[in-house]
Design a protein around this ligand. Structure first.
Ligand SMILES: Nc1nc2c(c(=O)[nH]1)N[C@H]1C(S)=C(S)[C@@H](COP(=O)(O)OP(=O)(O)OC[C@H]3O[C@@H](n4cnc5c(=O)[nH]c(N)nc54)[C@H](O)[C@@H]3O)O[C@H]1N2
Ligand SMILES: Nc1nc2c(c(=O)[nH]1)N[C@H]1C(S)=C(S)[C@@H](COP(=O)(O)OP(=O)(O)OC[C@H]3O[C@@H](n4cnc5c(=O)[nH]c(N)nc54)[C@H](O)[C@@H]3O)O[C@H]1N2
Ligand code: SF4
Ligand SMILES: [Mo]
Length: 813
């Protein structure tokens, strides 16, 4: 059974698979996969290389939510192949954290033709990719002089650290959140910078469910699914988004196998996590989950399946009994469902069917199943919240856990995304930022063109009523959000063309990405293979770990690491001692680890960690059960909400809804109601652009990272998913080249015609490398030529999965 499960997880290969297939050819290493990736097992090293070869622990630190150790096989200073974790007994709970095919292709990133080799200065227009080689000293002078000038002319609020998660998993190299980076350390020692809040991953759910649960909402760890009877997943796809052998897909499958629980997948796309393991797939129109939830609630209320005692004890605003005094009559959740509130609409399954595209009888059956199976584990991914009005949509899903009283118990959960246990680790100290202003990470393009017009109540400026300065200087470290990953590339391009608006952009990357092409000064960074670092923060359920990634090879070309870059700049800016505190990179690693061990002496010493590469632990509590203490004793363990309870009705949101200036179609509401969205299924714009386009995080890449690895591009091609009925109407067959377009942009890519996509909706994996043809048409399949910069109402986040488009045939395959 175990092997079967692992085989189903096609991108994850087991060590046994390799050994089996290599022994079949007399000990010579042959990859078990059909992809002949350059990796071999230790047992199968070619004899002639055996002597010179060293195996060095390294890691993959990209932001895929996992984090994998890599064993670099180095011969004559060159990585020859990449192997995965081989420690432990590989039983579940002490299993190997095996890298996915992306990590195993790391060699192809390190030695990629796109690799940046030298510092460079822009000589063409931004985006043209025309640069001249300069020395490090020239680059430092340019940066230091411009920083000093811009600080003097505009103030520190004009300096911005853009979102970038390329090395999120590192410690020295950590690229996000901005306040944890070495660039922030340097900036804060020299006057500070304009901060950002929120992230492209979770902006809406972090903001929305904060009002329900107080703080970033937790859910039970996937390992706890061994205690459940029913798993319901709303747009959650760990088979693609948590792919590591130590990642959450592994925990989901192993624990599901133990409980034998049924699994229902609710997603417009038949995703890889369903992939034959689900008991039911319920395709749903994007942006309509809250309507489905409301109809489920209706059935539960009518059929007396609601856990009234739980709602009375732990929640605010389910019915009139627990509604706050400030709330108007009939503004409770039950009244909303039964049609007694403002909209006078009963949220019956018949009402929800034409909205969601799910037949009423399927909704009724689903409601009875969720209402009568105890415990029931409701989870959501982050796809459905990365949408217009996503804050309210994700809050609604929590209602299912509340109505059924599943919060705080084993086998139950909260309706948020799964949580994980992490090993506490001391990080780089970052002095306080003298600038207190912050903008949403999504509104930096607006802050360039209309910074001083941006206010707290309209644009979500924090720390101040309004922004005083536009952004004039951007640090873009390990991020591709200048272009590739930020919405509406054509708008961003136009904004960045004017170099008297944002005057200086510094990009620090490994590769010539689309963002790198917009740099004024482009600095070539080391890869993880060329330096040492501690790597951690994996989403690994109840088996947390950290990795010591050692230096496997010498820095290539003239590359320099972020610690050296910042130290050198610190010297020029007169704060060298304060920045380095007299330590080099290894000195800091030893120092931070010493502090970590001081609080947990059971951890192995530095040299041992360096040798063994990975340190694994178990969650001391077995499984993480979210809000367990609150469930057991709500008076002594209140939540971090104003009432201390779970707020179905939020007074704070009622206040915000009445005070903020919102664009038409934006909804902030004290209750988790269903709200239609701009560019949703019923927007009149559908006459022109009849298909809903949703995005997804694709196994071919981590966002754009690994997007230039030839072999992976071939294995998992960039295609737009379309249902056979929609394709036929347009004369499109599988593999044909199509154009996808709307009023923001156009791209050409191949069609994947598949019943795995529901009719009326198309999907495109995010992160493909933007490849414009000079006419603003992209040929790489980068979805962000089609997405909007209009922010979501409450979080001011990225609604990148909410788009209307039309699709036409360009060429037959
Ligand atoms: N349409 C659409 N857009 C999206 C999303 C979506 O769902 N749909 N998802 C959003 C989400 S959730 C996120 S998190 C963002 C991610 O957006 P980004 O954080 O920009 O992620 P990447 O595209 O992986 O870019 C990481 C960059 O870091 C570089 N890099 C990798 N390793 C190193 C290193 O060691 N040093 C340096 N200096 N650079 C390195 C890579 O070359 C790459 O350019 O994208 C967002 N954009
Ligand atoms: N391989 C790989 N793994 C990754 C990443 C990557 O780029 N590549 N990125 C990482 C990062 S930074 C993040 S933030 C996470 C992202 O994790 P998620 O945000 O959870 O991933 P998505 O693929 O955007 O969305 C998950 C699912 O939601 C579905 N969905 C979209 N809209 C709706 C809707 O309205 N309703 C419902 N019910 N479902 C909907 C999508 O079809 C998709 O299958 O993944 C991480 N893991
Ligand atoms: S991309 Fe993620 S799952 Fe794959 S090797 Fe890297 S950290 Fe592991
Ligand atoms: Mo993300």
């Amino acid at each position: 059974m175990k092997t079967k499960i692992k085989q189903l997880l096609s991108p994850i290969f087991t060590r046994r698979d390799f050994i089996k297939s290599s022994s079949a050819v007399g000990g010579l290493a042959v990859a078990a996969s059909s992809l002949s990736l350059p990796f071999k097992t230790e047992a199968s090293q070619p004899v002639e290389n055996h002597k010179q070869e060293k195996v060095v622990w390294s890691a993959c630190t990209v932001n895929c939510g996992s984090r994998c150790p890599l064993r670099m096989h180095v011969v004559d200073g060159e990585i020859k192949w990449v192997d995965a974790d081989n420690t432990g007994n590989d039983e579940y709970g002490d299993h190997q954290v095996r890298a996915c095919l992306r990590g195993r292709s790391m060699r192809r990133r390190v030695y990629n033709p796109d690799r940046l080799k030298y510092p460079m200065k822009r000589i063409g227009k931004r985006g043209e990719g025309k640069f001249k080689r300069i020395s490090w000293d020239e680059a430092y002078d340019e940066i230091a002089n411009n920083l000093t000038r811009i600080r003097k002319d505009y103030g520190s609020e004009a300096i911005y650290l853009n979102y970038g998660t390329g090395t999120l998993g590192g410690t020295v190299t950590k690229s996000w959140p901005p306040g944890s980076t070495l660039i922030a350390r340097l900036m804060n020692l020299t006057g500070g910078y304009l901060n950002h809040y929120g992230d492209y991953s979770t902006a809406q759910i972090a903001a929305g469910l904060n009002y329900t649960y107080g703080g970033f909402a937790a859910n039970n760890s996937f390992s706890d699914l061994e205690n459940t009877k029913l798993i319901v997943q709303f747009g959650n796809n760990p088979a693609e988004t948590r792919m590591s052998g130590g990642g959450n897909i592994h925990h989901l499958m192993e624990s599901k196998q133990r409980s034998n629980a049924k699994m229902i997948m609710i997603d417009p796309r038949y995703n890889d996590t369903a992939g034959g393991r689900e008991d039911q797939w319920i395709p749903i129109r994007p942006g309509t989950d809250a309507a489905l939830v409301a109809a489920i609630a209706h059935v539960m209320i009518k059929e007396d399946m609601v856990d009234q005692a739980f709602l009375d004890t732990y929640c605010v605003g389910y019915d009139a009994k627990t509604l706050p005094a400030s709330a108007p009559a009939n503004s409770d959740y039950k009244s909303y469902i039964l049609g007694q509130s403002e909209d006078k609409t009963e949220k019956t399954p018949q009402w929800a069917a034409p909205i969601t595209g799910i037949p009423a009888d399927v909704i009724i059956k689903l409601a009875r199943e969720i209402g009568s199976t105890k415990p029931c584990a409701i989870y959501q991914g982050w796809g459905l919240q990365r949408t217009a009005n996503g804050e309210i949509a994700c809050r609604s899903i929590a209602m299912l856990s509340l109505l059924t009283g599943n919060v705080g118990i084993n086998g139950g959960g909260t309706g948020a995304r799964e949580s994980d246990y992490n090993i506490p680790f001391v990080r780089f100290p970052i002095p306080a930022n003298p600038v207190k202003t912050a903008i949403s990470m999504f509104l930096w393009t607006d802050a360039i063109v209309r910074g001083p017009e941006m206010t707290a109540k309209r644009d979500g400026v924090r720390g101040k009523d309004k922004l005083d300065m536009p952004i004039k200087f951007i640090w873009n470290y390990a991020g591709n959000c200048l272009i590739n990953q930020h919405s509406d590339i054509n708008r961003t391009h136009d904004i960045l063309q004017d170099d008297s608006a944002c005057e200086m952009i510094v990009v620090i990357d490994n590769h010539m990405t689309s963002s790198a092409k917009y740099a004024d000064i482009l600095l070539p960074d080391l890869t993880t293979s060329e330096q040492a670092d501690f790597c951690m923060d994996a989403k690994a359920s109840n088996m947390p770990y950290f990795i010591y990634a050692d230096q496997a090879i010498k820095p290539q070309f003239e590359t320099r690491g972020i610690y050296q870059i910042c130290s050198d700049l610190a010297k020029r800016l007169g704060v060298e001692q304060a920045f380095t505190e007299g330590r080099d990179q290894e000195g800091w690693l030893r120092h931070l680890y010493q502090l970590t061990r001081a609080s947990d002496p059971s951890l192995p010493d530095f040299e041992t960690v360096r040798k063994q590469g990975i340190v694994k632990r178990r969650d001391p509590n077995g499984h993480f059960v979210a809000y367990k203490a609150f469930r057991e004793d709500p008076l002594n363990n209140p939540l971090n909400t104003p009432s201390g309870k779970i707020e179905i009705y939020s007074e704070r949101l009622a206040t915000i809804a009445s005070e903020w200036e919102l664009a038409e179609g934006d909804v902030i509401h004290p209750l988790p109601i269903y709200a239609t969205t701009p560019e949703g299924w019923n927007d009149p714009k559908r006459q022109q652009f009849p298909l809903q386009l949703t995005g997804f995080h694709y196994k071919a890449r981590c966002h754009s990272t690994y997007g230039n690895v030839d072999i992976i591009k071939e294995a998992a091609r960039q295609e737009m998913w379309i249902n056979p009925m929609d394709a036929e109407q347009r004369g499109i067959a599988n593999g044909d080249v199509i154009r996808i377009f709307n009023d923001r942009g156009e791209l050409h890519i191949n069609a994947k015609v598949t019943p795995r996509m529901m009719p009326g909706v198309v999907a495109l994996g995010e992160g493909a490398w933007y490849a414009p043809d000079g006419q603003k048409v992209d040929h790489g399949g980068c979805i962000n030529v089609l997405t909007t910069q209009r922010p979501s109402p409450l979080a001011k986040g990225n609604p990148q999965h909410t788009n209307l488009v039309e699709v036409q045939l360009v060429n037959k395959a």
